[in-house]
Design a protein. Structure first.
Length: 288
């Protein structure tokens, strides 16, 4: 195992048959298979079945069962439609003969047309001076489980730098907003589909935990049950994950043991390259 695991290798799916692929799994030390892996690999599987002139502009997905990080994942792609400008694919992720995840992804021929941006990149601490998540975990190993401590080589695959990294582990009540810098730690090939898949992978980190901040519940509280239910992303333009991006998250609402989180991903030039949304189980059994 190399010191820094390769996201390029993670997305390099094995072709089993027409529209049928298999991906390796990484155990990041979480309770189950990391959802971002399934998001990225599903997007890569769908991309392989569309014409070369079309790129993914959005996907919408549901997590049905916890995945097993010790086993590979099978991806079955259904060709729903190929139109003049758009293509639609449905992806089913399978483990142990059961569907653990569904995704519907839409692809479009690139067009020059009406363009605007009514979103401003907020001020944030400089990315280079912000401590990386891996360094934070290495300095605060008591906050995470043994599984995560043993899986740091996988966490190095994406350079995440969470602003105010201690906040998720605090019981202080704060505004449900979060900022995370992210990029590939090693230069990835200039392949559009790979960069979108890697951004999909990274988009699942730290996301749902934003909904905990107004409640004073630490992410590592043993009385907390948290899991993704659905996840969507809209790609507004091409992505260069070799450059820094600022992931801005906020949770407008939680209730009925669910939390909703919205996200905006800006490149280092202040351009909004993607928007995200996720709802998940946020169940606390400690009486709050």
């Amino acid at each position: 195992m190399t010191q820094i695991a390769s996201l390029e290798e993670l997305m390099a799916l094995e072709t089993l048959d027409a529209s049928l692929y298999r991906g390796i799994s990484w155990d990041l030390g979480f309770r189950a298979l990391f959802g971002g892996q399934v998001l990225g690999q599903s997007l890569e599987a769908a991309t392989r079945t569309v014409p070369d002139d079309r790129v993914c502009h959005s996907y919408h997905s549901y997590f049905l069962l916890p995945g097993d990080a010790s086993k590979p994942v099978i991806y079955e792609v259904e060709n729903v439609r190929d139109g003049g400008s758009f293509s639609t694919r449905r992806v089913k992720a399978i483990q142990n003969g059961k569907n653990i995840f569904y995704m519907t992804a839409s692809f479009q021929v690139q067009e020059d047309n009406l363009t605007h941006q009514f979103a401003e990149m907020p001020d944030a601490p400089d990315c280079e001076s912000t401590l990386s998540d891996v360094e934070f975990y290495e300095q605060n190993g008591h906050l995470i489980g043994k599984g995560m401590r043993n899986a740091m080589h996988y966490h190095k695959a994406i350079d995440l730098r969470t602003v105010e990294a201690m906040k998720p582990y605090s019981t202080e009540i704060t505004v449900p907003q979060k900022q995370v810098w992210l990029r590939a730690p090693v230069t990835l090939p200039n392949t559009d589909s790979l960069h979108r898949a890697v951004l999909a992978y990274a988009s699942d980190f730290h996301f749902l935990g934003t909904a905990l901040q107004p409640h004073g519940v630490a992410i590592n509280d043993p009385k907390l049950r948290i899991a993704t239910i659905d996840h969507s992303i809209w790609f507004h333009q091409e992505v260069n994950i070799n450059e820094w991006h600022l992931y801005v998250m906020e949770s407008p609402k939680s209730g009925n043991a669910r939390g909703l989180v919205n996200g905006k991903i800006f490149n280092q030039h202040g351009v909004l390259v993607a928007s995200t949304a996720q709802e998940g189980l946020v169940r606390y059994t400690g009486g709050k």
